[in-house]
Design a protein around this ligand. Structure first.
Ligand SMILES: O=c1[nH]c(=O)c2nn[nH]c2[nH]1
Length: 295
């Protein structure tokens, strides 16, 4: 037998960092969960238990904390690039570093109409994610993303004109609830190295902010003919807003809310135009995926 691929490292490394502005007294916090997986000349650690090539995953965890102390941890695209570049520059036999950063929300509290200097709340399970792949001599690939942004609209969504055959029971609709949990990603053009990443640092936050705003604006304002068409429009808008982005992808579950026929109870009308009480479904759910490029 021979190894076709191997990578190892530390997952679920939770990191919190505070930035204290001495002048204003305003403190800013960042909380993230990091995964580092390394590749390279490590096969002998699997095949003949030669641990001389093993950078202990415990050492990787230590490295994450040290680098978080020594460097900015935001934007996550920068910190992921710093971290990945450290591993391939420090260990000659490590040729690829795969870094995933999941940034959690700590939204600053507004107290009596004013932003509080050091108090925050978790407004949703939504995260800002980054996956960076740093390959020795081949630059840095970065995919940024939004995950877990749960949205719903009570109307402004249609679905009709689809295949009708002996397997079809779904009625056509011109007015339905649409709910999804956004999993969106945008892949940056390959960066030649750290200098190229540092040169565009402000564009990372802007792209995330634009992608988030575009997603919600398009979701809200489109009288959606389908999940497919609406997500395609979101991709086009993000590509337009971020020239350094090569491709945009979405994976959207269609979280169904079923109408409930209540006519058995004294002829109560609760379907179609009279629908008010619905049954939110845990599953099955639609799942619609797309990747849109520039060509
Ligand atoms: O937006 C939708 N796309 C679909 O492909 C689909 N299938 N059932 N309901 C659906 N809604």
């Amino acid at each position: 037998p021979s190894i076709t691929s191997a990578r190892y490292g530390k997952d679920n490394v939770r990191v919190y960092k505070v930035d204290r502005d001495e002048k204003t007294g305003v403190q800013t916090v960042t909380e993230m969960t990091v995964c580092v997986l390394l590749e390279g000349a490590i096969d002998v650690s699997y095949t003949v238990a030669d641990n001389s090539v093993v950078v202990a995953t415990d050492s990787m965890k230590n490295t994450i904390y040290i680098k978080a102390k020594e460097n900015p941890v935001t934007p996550p695209e920068l910190f992921a690039s710093i971290l990945g570049t450290h591993f391939i520059e420090t260990y000659p036999h490590i040729t690829t570093a795969n870094i995933k950063i999941v940034t959690h929300r700590w939204t600053r509290m507004t107290i009596d109409g004013k932003p509080h200097p050091h108090s925050f709340y978790r407004d949703g399970a939504e995260t800002r994610n980054v996956e960076a792949v740093v390959r020795k001599g081949k630059g840095i690939e970065i995919r940024s993303g939004i995950v877990g942004l749960l949205v719903l609209k009570s109307t402004g969504s249609q679905f009709h004109g689809f295949v009708r055959d002996e397997y079809t029971t779904l009625p056509e609709t011109w007015d339905r609830i649409l709910s999804t949990e956004v999993d969106c990603g945008w892949a940056w053009k390959t960066f030649s190295g750290m200098a190229a990443v540092r040169a565009v640092v402000p564009k990372f936050d802007k792209a995330w902010s634009d992608a988030r705003s575009i997603t919600m604006k398009t979701f809200a304002e489109e009288d959606s003919p389908s999940v497919q068409n609406t997500m395609y429009k979101m991709c086009g808008s993000i590509l337009k807003a971020a020239p350094e982005v090569e491709a945009v992808d979405y994976a959207l579950p269609n979280k169904h809310y079923f109408e409930i026929d209540l006519s058995w109870h004294k002829g109560t009308q609760n379907t179609g135009k009279n629908a008010e009480v619905y049954a939110p479904q845990s599953g099955p759910n639609g799942l619609i995926k797309v990747t849109v490029g520039r060509s």
